[in-house]
Design a protein around this ligand. Structure first.
Ligand code: CDV
Length: 314
């Protein structure tokens, strides 16, 4: 049996600080049309796809809020939804979300899953926020995600969508095996991930090839260890003086990269993903019910999400 979902990773090249949303959305629509011509069912865009990666600067509240979306879709993003519905493709979009919840203004680094009819069917808010909350002058560039965003409060859900079981992670989440595993424990078949990863660490030297390796290593391990397809999509290229990794990739449940972007610009890569390809791993090596030995892991994961050491303190 096979259940093919044809997935397009729509990598974006650099977005200038003053590039209007309408111009970015036009670029995204061009990629969506190319993806549809190549038979895509689903188009996956990067993290914070609608703007430049603004956490690289210390901004005042009004400057920062200009990079957030108070509505989704709003007037500037509506064309993306209309085009997707007209083409009959679903999409995944990362954006900065400004919302009112429990009487308070809240800000999250968010991704949504939109079905082929243009309806939002899933929302995920980034849990692992990297970087720092205060300006750190010793850094070559800032990474102020902890200043601009709250930790996501929606957990790690999966959705029955596009004929499969779909989950989402955002950028730094991909480095954390437990994030993948929480999706894996729910039988995820397709994990969608957008990222903004500088090729250099702003604080200490790390060779770019190693950063590129860790990007793929995390996604390939997450795919294999959970028997799921993984689609990782970059915002790439030299953006406002900072080089960002490309390397957008579609990874099979065996951990193999089946399609990879070659440029650091706007680029579409496509793969026909058989969602049943993970079934053998899920029923053999990674049959969790048969082989996981949580009682020996020395950790108790409580339903609250707290992880407590079980043994005596040394
Ligand atoms: N946007 C990110 O989450 N970026 C981080 C960088 C800071 C390392 C990442 O994990 O790629």
């Amino acid at each position: 049996m096979s259940r093919i979902v044809t997935v397009a990773a729509a990598q974006l090249g650099p977005i200038a600080r003053d590039e209007p949303r309408a111009a970015v959305v036009a670029r995204m629509i061009a990629l969506m049309r190319e993806a549809a011509e190549r038979s895509a069912d689903l188009v996956v865009y990067p993290e914070l796809a609608l703007t430049t990666f603004f956490p690289r600067w210390l901004l005042d509240d009004a400057e920062a809020d200009a990079f957030f979306e108070a509505e989704m879709p709003g007037p500037e993003t509506r064309p993306l939804f209309d085009e997707a519905a007209a083409l009959g493709v679903g999409f995944h979009l990362g954006y900065a979300e400004l919302t009112r919840e429990e009487g308070e203004t809240r800000r999250f680094n968010t991704a949504i899953l939109v079905d082929k009819a243009g309806a939002v069917v899933g929302k995920y808010r980034k849990v692992h926020l990297p970087g720092h909350a205060e300006h750190e002058p010793e850094r070559e560039f800032q990474h102020l995600e902890k200043r601009y965003f709250e930790v996501g409060n929606l957990g790690f859900p999966v959705w029955e969508a596009l004929g499969g079981r779909v989950g989402m992670l955002i950028c730094n989440d991909r480095r954390w095996p437990e994030a993948f595993r929480v999706l894996g424990l729910q039988g995820v078949e397709l994990v969608l991930i957008g990222y903004n990863t500088p090729t250099l660490n702003g604080l200490a030297f790390e060779p770019p090839h190693r950063r590129a390796f860790h990007n793929h290593l995390s996604m390939q391990a997450g795919a294999y260890q959970n028997g799921a397809w993984v689609v990782g999509v970059a915002k790439a290229g030299r953006e406002e003086g900072v080089d960002m990794l490309g390397g957008s990739a579609i990874v099979s449940p065996n951990g193999e990269i089946v399609a990879q972007a070659r440029s650091v610009d706007d680029e579409v890569i496509v793969a026909a993903c058989d969602l049943d390809d993970g079934a053998f791993l899920k029923s053999s090596t990674f049959n969790f019910a048969a082989h996981r030995r949580t009682e020996h892991y020395g950790l108790i994961v409580e339903t609250t999400g707290l992880v407590l050491p079980r043994g005596k303190a040394p």
